[in-house]
Design a protein around this ligand. Structure first.
Ligand SMILES: Nc1ncnc2c1ncn2[C@@H]1O[C@H](COP(=O)(O)OP(=O)(O)OP(=O)(O)O)[C@@H](O)[C@H]1O
Length: 293
């Protein structure tokens, strides 16, 4: 998927708006971060948990029985050969697969202990807590300021928009470069700057999780390096889950690595050092050492 459906007007229109009254606070069925984080401060706390998750496209099964616990405020990389289901898993976390007619999900996917597939979860609200950045930088054909302010306006967060825009640009390591051109088109920026603008757009509504689907694959090495530094910085504040084809990138920036292999199986999930230095599974070792894939 190349379209930034997470933050696009189409995504807001396509999704059915549902108002939930679940067991957790709020009207979207989802827990409130402040209340939870005050209650508990545990290192390596799980924020996303998949339990026996299967995803099908029509009759074809793309993911098989995935079990995974993703820790809060760390970088988790999803790696594996083409077609093994990495993007499908990423999209299942914030229900982007809902937008694909033939996609069907079975099993459980919890965000802070709440199953995101429960009836009372509003997928649009879920995507505000779990933002997404795609492979190709795709700013709207609008000013830099409007690009970042988009998510805030949709939510009716109209107060202090300029300040919030600046904060998001600063967190995305872009403010210094664009401070004097906030009213110029986002499309006039370089590819790397456009991708950081898309990251600023994703973080402006203050999500808890940022999903990234090969965010640097269309960029040159210098721009890639900036995005990698940024991802490491972002993980102090956010949970980052990133799909990458680049094993060196996964090794450089992630804390945990999940290795998917053909058939949509999660073969190994562990600390990144362990996966790259001493994997348990022979097929993972073969993949890491380039014997296949
Ligand atoms: N929208 C879709 N409709 C039908 N089948 C799909 C769709 N998206 C993915 N698939 C299929 O599901 C399987 C997993 O695809 P997915 O894109 O999740 O894998 P991936 O590991 O992210 O691949 P890549 O690294 O090439 O992006 C593949 O067989 C793919 O053809």
């Amino acid at each position: 998927m190349t379209q930034d459906a997470m933050t696009s007007p189409e995504a807001e229109q396509t999704d059915e708006q549902r108002t939930g009254t679940g067991p957790t606070p709020g009207t979207d069925g989802l827990a409130d971060r402040t209340a939870e984080s005050e209650a508990e401060t545990v290192v390596d706390r799980t924020i996303i948990e998949a339990r026996d998750l299967d995803v099908y496209y029509g009759d074809d099964q793309a993911l098989q029985g995935i079990d995974m616990e993703i820790p809060e405020k760390q970088v988790t990389a999803l790696i594996g050969p083409s077609g093994c289901g990495k993007s499908t898993f990423l999209r299942s976390i914030n229900r982007m697969n809902d937008l694909i007619d033939i996609a069907r999900v079975e099993g459980d996917l919890y965000f802070r202990g709440k199953n995101v597939y429960d009836e009372d979860v509003d997928p649009v609200a879920l995507r505000r807590k779990i933002g997404m950045v795609f492979q190709s930088p795709n700013p709207f054909p609008k000013s830099i300021r409007e690009n970042v302010a988009y998510g805030l306006k949709v939510q009716g967060k109209d107060e202090n928009v300029d300040e919030k825009v600046r904060t998001a640009l600063e967190r995305a390591a872009l403010l210094d470069e664009v401070e004097d051109q906030l009213d110029e088109s986002g499309l006039d920026l370089s590819g790397g700057q456009q991708q950081r603008l898309c990251i600023a757009r994703a973080i402006a509504p203050d999500p808890e999780v940022i999903l990234m689907d090969e965010p640097a694959s269309a960029l040159d090495p210098v721009a890639t390096s900036k995005i990698e530094d940024l991802i490491e910085d972002l993980s102090e504040e956010y949970t980052v889950v990133i799909v990458t084809h680049n094993m060196q990138q996964a090794a450089r920036i992630s804390d945990k690595t999940a290795v998917f292999l053909t058939g949509g199986e999660l073969v190994e999930f562990d600390d990144t050092n362990k996966i790259f230095e001493n994997p348990e599974n022979d097929r993972v070792e073969d993949y890491i050492t380039g014997k296949f894939g």
